[in-house]
Design a protein around this ligand. Structure first.
Ligand SMILES: NC(=O)c1ccc[n+]([C@@H]2O[C@H](COP(=O)([O-])OP(=O)(O)OC[C@H]3O[C@@H](n4cnc5c(N)ncnc54)[C@H](O)[C@@H]3O)[C@@H](O)[C@H]2O)c1
Length: 438
């Protein structure tokens, strides 16, 4: 299930059982230069057995064993959990989830910064329309797209093999709805934890050393003390937060045993807003809206796509009874990624990305009414959603002092105005999804 195109003409190459697509020229050959290294590393020091006095049958057996090892490695099956060396470096960034809301904003910024980018996304929740927009912004050959499911490790490893200039991975791809994670936890552990493990293994197998991981404030759960610092205990109260924390821990353990890895972990608070140019936006699929985020729900109500806006949970122990969240503008969030590129480390540095200010859902709804100018009908449900925590907001001192990061947009009306500028121009988002996925 994979096909890809590059910004050079946008032609597609279909692999396996992927969706119908115009057939383009064959893709670049696999990076064969890596094969001897893989072989050598898997066999261990001196593992090629030269001068060991092999008889012909022994030689045949050794050859067969080598072919097996080679096949396992090339198919992405085995690296022994160790970082393999690669010959060629590069400046390409592999962005998982680049067809999604935050990932597409990251890709836009990377393209503007002159990076070459490969998006890996299965389009289960992202929008091909966003990829089209990005393709329009990219120079010839600057952007390529791989429709690959991260659960298909052989395919993920293939992307690394075919693109030996990948230098950094920004791992955004994930299912990311708290309520859904409570209803369907195994999906979350597969999609978040297991897929992160597979991705990291492919990185090791192909000698890619740099990783930025998208984590979440859901790892903290319902903290006893606010604001949340990076030292706040992590006690996730839903499978989403748990799966993310497990992924972080996998990454930390792998980094410990591979000192050459350079990693950074960002725990995002509630992301909202759109790029200031108004070319990208947040547009979850209709079937996900009910689980979705308050800003999207508010715009849907303002556009008349839904009859009313539901506030889910008014009996929280907060000032107005609704949840309090730290709304971080997507442009500021991407700035944090850009700065972090030069501050990766091992052990991986960890940063909260939030404004430091708590805003209640009721306050967001009022701001949304003001920005859209629409008389939105609001319906309140007292009972909180399962898995929802009452109040979270960040202490962002660490990222401010260590990375020199400062959020530009701390007034939610301003961020909502950016998001509304895109959504009101694109009431149907990127149009109907052209692919359905798992
Ligand atoms: N939006 C927020 O407020 C928020 C807050 C904290 C953390 N995060 C994290 O940020 C990241 C991006 O979130 P988003 O809001 O952009 O979500 P999104 O749903 O808009 O984007 C996620 C993208 O990942 C892709 N994807 C999902 N599973 C995949 C798989 N198995 N293989 C390949 N691609 C897959 C989807 O198709 C989609 O394009 C996630 O890791 C999420 O947990 C988001």
């Amino acid at each position: 299930m994979a096909w890809h195109w590059t910004a050079a003409g946008g032609r597609q190459r279909k692999k396996g059982g992927g969706p119908p697509s115009p057939v383009g020229p064959p893709g670049p050959p696999a990076a064969e230069a890596e094969v001897p290294e893989l072989w050598g590393a898997a066999a261990g020091p001196g593992g090629r057995g030269r001068g060991a006095g092999f008889s012909p049958p022994k030689l045949l057996l050794a050859a067969l064993a080598s072919v097996t090892v080679l096949t396992l490695c090339v198919r992405g099956g085995w690296a022994g959990g160790r970082l393999l060396q690669r010959k060629s470096g590069g400046d390409r960034v592999l962005v998982t989830g680049g067809a999604g809301y935050i990932g597409s904003h990251a890709v836009k910024r990377l393209l503007e910064d002159g990076k070459r980018v490969t998006i890996v996304d299965n389009l289960s929740r992202g929008n091909l329309g966003a990829v089209d927009v990005l393709q329009g912004l990219a120079a010839n050959g600057q952007l390529s797209f791989e429709r690959v499911d991260l659960g298909d490790k052989a395919e993920v490893c293939r992307v690394f093999r075919e693109q030996p200039d990948i230098d950094l991975v920004m791992h955004f791809a994930a299912v990311a709805y708290v309520g859904e994670s409570v209803a369907d936890p195994t999906r979350y552990y597969h999609n978040i934890t297991s897929n992160t493990l597979g991705l990291v293994e492919c990185m090791l197998e192909h000698g890619v050393k740099r990783l930025i991981y998208s984590s979440t404030c859901a790892t903290y759960g319902n903290p006893e003390k606010l604001p949340i610092t990076e030292a706040t205990p992590t006690v996730p109260i839903n499978p989403y937060g748990q799966a993310k924390l497990m992924s972080e821990n996998i990454i930390r353990d792998v980094a410990k045993s591979n000192p050459e890895l350079q990693v950074g972990i960002l725990r995002y608070f509630n992301v909202y807003g759109s790029d200031e140019a108004g070319v990208l936006g947040e547009f979850p699929r209709p079937e996900l809206r009910a689980m979705g985020r308050i800003t999207g729900a508010c715009f849907d109500a303002a556009l008349g796509a839904v009859p009313e806006l539901k506030i889910l949970g008014t009996n929280h122990p907060t000032a107005d009874g609704t949840c309090v969240r730290d709304f971080i503008h997507v442009v500021d969030l991407i700035d944090a990624h850009v700065l972090l590129q030069d501050h990766l480390g091992n052990p991986p540095p960890l940063y909260n990305v939030g404004t430091g200010k708590g805003v209640s859902v009721r306050e967001i709804v009022e701001a949304c009414k003001k920005v859209t100018g629409q008389p939105i009908k609001v319906v309140e449900q007292a009972q909180a959603r399962p898995g929802d925590y009452a109040a979270v907001f960040a202490d962002n001192t660490k990222i401010r002092t260590e990375l020199g990061w400062t959020p530009k947009y701390t007034d939610v009306e301003q961020g909502l105005a950016h998001a509304w500028a895109w959504r009101s121009k694109n009431p149907n988002g990127y149009g109907a999804p052209r692919f359905t996925g798992p």
